[in-house]
Unconditional design. Sequence first.
Length: 198
Amino acid sequence: MGLDLDYSDGQTPIDEDEKEGLRIKAITTRGELDEFEQLGVEKAIAWTMERKPTLKQILTEDYIKELHKRMFADVWMWAGEFRTTNKNIGVDKFMIGVELKKQLDDCRYWIEQNVFSVDEIAVRLSHRIVSIHPFANGNGRHSRLLADILVSSGFGKPVFSWGRVNLTKKGEARARYLSALQEADNQNYAPLLQFARE
């Protein structure tokens, strides 16, 4: 039967060759996929809470990849690997490593020079990683968890609420989140910062 997915606004379609990387062949719907992926996300959260990474560890390509792998390795064979196809969002597949390095360097600079508040640094990092779109799937969830790790393990602040709902499902909160991301695309981070702490 295969994996037959319907996509909500803002969700990046998974290519047929990427679907071949599905580890659990019994998954055939978006709902089933979301459930199995959520289990992986919860395991990754537990992993981060046990380890409490430092700022230096968090802001590396290796950590970015490891976090994605921890989140999705039970579902996708390619979890933790940069995408090998171009998408309807994100930088060219060959520029992912370069753009990610630039973003991580920028983030270190913002921290060292106190350019923005801790919350804004984390939200800007999350937004930029979504716009780079390093992975075939799970970029939004990955970038939000990375922001949570940065503020909690890196700075000892509470994690973000992100609207207090599951943002993978259609609804008013997801629409507001996507609208806030679009505002951030235009360098207006206020709506995204507000949404992150609601």
